[in-house]
Design a protein around this ligand. Sequence first.
Ligand code: ADP
Length: 398
Amino acid sequence: MKVLVVNCGSSSLKYQVLDMPSETLLCKGLVERIGIDGSVIKHEKIGMPKYVKEVPMNDHNEAILHVIDALIDREYGVVKNMSEIEAIGHRIVQGGERYDKSVLVTDKVIQDIRELAPLAPLHNPAHLLGISACQKLMPSTPQVVVFDTAFHQTMPAKSYIYALPYEWYEKYAVRRYGAHGTSHRYVTLRAAEMLGKKPEEVNLITCHIGNGASVSAIKNGKCYDTSMGLTPLQGLVMGTRCGDIDPAVIAYIAGKENIDAFEIDSIMNKKSGILGISGISSDMRDVENAMAEGNERAKLAWDVFAQRVKHYVGAYYAELGRVDAIIFTAGVGENSAPMRADICEGLENLGIKIDLEANNVRGEDKDLSAEDSKVKVLLIPTNEELMIARDTYEIVKA
Ligand code: ADP
């Protein structure tokens, strides 16, 4: 079964086609600047050079039309006609408390995603545009939605309840939901395989550290706690997000700068984090280069980032009691050996010891632990699209 995986943002659309159950990636692509000048589709059939086509695309319908064109292209395509695509899987950021697993798209599911949009105002409406475009252009192809929050629904209340008036939870659903759940789930399953155990036997600390970043505590294969909150603003320092701060900063800065909470929220999302501290860039590679040239704020941004991850590793170690492995994944986790080394530095007394030579690697499944490390340190490149394709295949097959 060929499965199209779609990840829709407000002005972008990422896609892949995988053959299931062999899990073979056939092609992948990205549409950018939908509805803005300079719309472009970048498509890559595996084993072929990339093709890039700049063409105006006013909305997601037009974007999907160009994706379809690419998929059925004689040279660059992967199917003769779209009936060969037997299922579509969509990534959805927010499923609230309503979804603890992936489901087939129905009118009720669409309504729920719409109702949950206030909890993910940038993402859920964009996902709906993608679903609706696919329904219009491929009306007989079953669609599945895979929620980023679903994996975190196993958290106990003591992990997700904020110490705020309980009515805010009851009236407004204010609680921790977490994010990157599909990634944390993927690396959990893969880590269990690498450890030679069943998923329900493993306790892990999974560090998804990219531009967005979160850490999860996995107990017996299920999410027990996670660092992101009601929104992706909580937890670790990220490219442009501040992560954990004293909430009193908001009222304090509102008075000082004469700006409202919404503006501060935007600054905390877009101008903080690595970018805010370093003043240089949200990208860890730029920070690393600036650091090498002696830039002190770049070094500070690096150190704060590493310390916050270490902080959560310690916290989740305490919550779990026993940890089989620490997992590094996503852009920084997969590529930055020095960052992994700095995070693990000084954790020997917790039984966590990275082998600096083995650590000198990027982007492949690998055990990075020293021989005498009680806790394994694993590098596992994430694969959210594969997870979405697996769920989609299982649900549509059934
Ligand atoms: P997103 O949250 O957007 O999915 P990714 O997981 O793709 O982010 O991570 C992107 C980030 O990974 C970049 O912003 C960059 O900071 C980091 N990154 C990528 N390659 C390297 C590298 N070689 N060294 C350090 N950081 C890297």
